[in-house]
Design a protein around this ligand. Structure first.
Ligand SMILES: Cc1ncc(COP(=O)(O)O)c(C=O)c1O
Length: 406
């Protein structure tokens, strides 16, 4: 295992002893070419897209370097099996180990990204004009997938309760008669909720009663903090599995979203066959050899790295929530139960512009705008705390300075 300072001597400034090898210096981050780093001027702190500031694990780097070293960029296949099958096998193995969910690798389809999986499932299991439900505020591309495919969105509000956000079960129960599908996102982006077993069972019983297909995006499942448990929706029972497509990828957990490789899993062979009748496999394309090897490495040998990242993120989420509660009492935030995103209610500040625009223009912080998750949420921002302690403290200090100057 090589240390990052060894690859880029002199570029890294180690920040906090415990996580020194994970926390990358700002100069190096600024030299990156991804969307996160190139959208705003250098003086703005990017705190938007769901991507962490950390270097991906050595296991991923090694897998990619093995191909690069041999310039091994031909059509992907691995000994005695299609390359994508390795992704399905790694996913199945991981689901059993992490969540006790036993599935067949042959029930999976590799996709280049989960947005592709989402729209493919929508095209397969609903018709134009029909209704599709999603808990809102929601990850923007869910709405785009529903609207761009000519389906109609039914917003199921995440209701603000004393201890956090809870899904509105009645809104789902009473949705229009031609409701065909539910897009479930658990852990929920952006509220950071991890649905409890009782909540999932209630959603499941409504799905059965209403004969819904459920597309369950579980891409944030690896990031669940102590005290909460991720339950794959399809693991709730055979009748639920028979109507559930589960989506996952190592993109978020191992910080390799740009490599493009994920899976969708069909709860039964019948569901899979129905899918392929409407969506030919050829239309889905195939992930690259590089992304396949990276995904397999991430899911099979990189958990120790993720364990350390989780410890760092746990420190960061406490820093965000405690700082906001102590020093910016007009902001409201619940402790995220998963992931590296905090959903912050800024409405009490009384700003007459969307909160994210004010933070961008006046404090040089690019948050994900609340309105990108739901039109009515322009008073909210989503803060990405997948950053070094130094960058996060700077972000919080800029917020405090702006708010206290009001
Ligand atoms: C819930 C959710 N699903 C999917 C994605 C994107 O996944 P992909 O890049 O594989 O399309 C994100 C990214 O932020 C997300 O938060």
């Amino acid at each position: 295992m090589f240390g990052v300072a060894g690859i880029f001597p002199g570029v890294f400034v180690m920040k906090v002893a415990d996580f020194a090898d994970l926390e990358v210096g700002r100069e190096f981050l600024a030299s990156r070419t991804g969307s996160k780093w190139c959208r705003y001027p250098a003086e703005v702190i990017p705190s938007w897209i769901a991507e962490m500031d950390f270097l991906p694990p050595d296991g991923v780097q090694d897998a990619v370097m093995r191909l690069v070293a041999k310039r091994d960029f031909g059509y992907a296949r691995r000994p005695l099996m299609p390359a994508e099958r390795q992704v399905g096998a790694a996913f199945a193995h991981r689901m059993k180990e992490r969540f006790g969910w036993e599935i067949e690798e042959t029930s999976t389809q590799a996709v280049t990204d989960l947005r592709q999986g989402t729209i493919a499932a929508i095209l397969a299991f609903s018709k134009p004009g029909e209704h599709i439900a999603v808990h809102t505020p929601c990850y923007g591309p869910f709405r785009e997938a529903i609207e761009e495919s000519g389906r109609q969105i039914v917003e199921i509000p995440m209701l603000q309760a004393e201890a956090g956000f809870v899904p509105d079960m009645d809104a789902l129960r009473n949705a229009p008669a031609d409701l065909r599908m539910l897009i479930l996102c658990n852990p929920q982006n952006p509220t950071g909720r991890v649905f409890t077993c009782a909540e999932l069972e209630e959603i499941g019983s409504i799905a059965i009663a209403r004969d819904l297909i459920v597309f369950s995006d579980e891409v944030h499942a690896d990031f669940v903090y102590d005290g909460h448990t991720h339950i794959p929706f399809a693991s709730l029972g055979e009748d639920i599995a028979a109507r559930t497509i589960t989506a996952n990828s190592p993109g978020k957990s191992f910080n390799i979203a740009g490599l493009r490789c994920g899976v969708i899993h069909f709860g039964t062979p019948a569901l899979r066959d129905r899918f392929y009748q409407r969506v030919p496999r050829l239309l889905l394309g195939r992930p690259s050899a590089v992304s396949i090897d990276a995904a397999v490495a991430a899911w099979t040998v990189c958990q120790p790295w993720l364990d350390r990242i989780m410890a760092l993120l746990d420190r960061n989420r406490r820093l965000v929530v405690e700082t906001i509660r102590e020093r910016m009492p007009k902001l409201n935030v619940f402790m995220p139960e998963a992931s590296f995103l905090a959903w912050i209610d800024c409405r009490e500040l009384g700003w007459d512009r969307p909160a994210a625009s004010v933070f961008l223009d006046e404090a040089g912080i690019a948050f994900s705008p609340g309105e990108s998750f739901c039109a009515r949420h322009e008073g909210f921002v989503r803060l990405n705390f997948g950053a070094s302690g130094e960058v996060l403290r700077d972000k919080l200090a800029r917020m405090e300075k702006l708010i206290n100057a009001q």
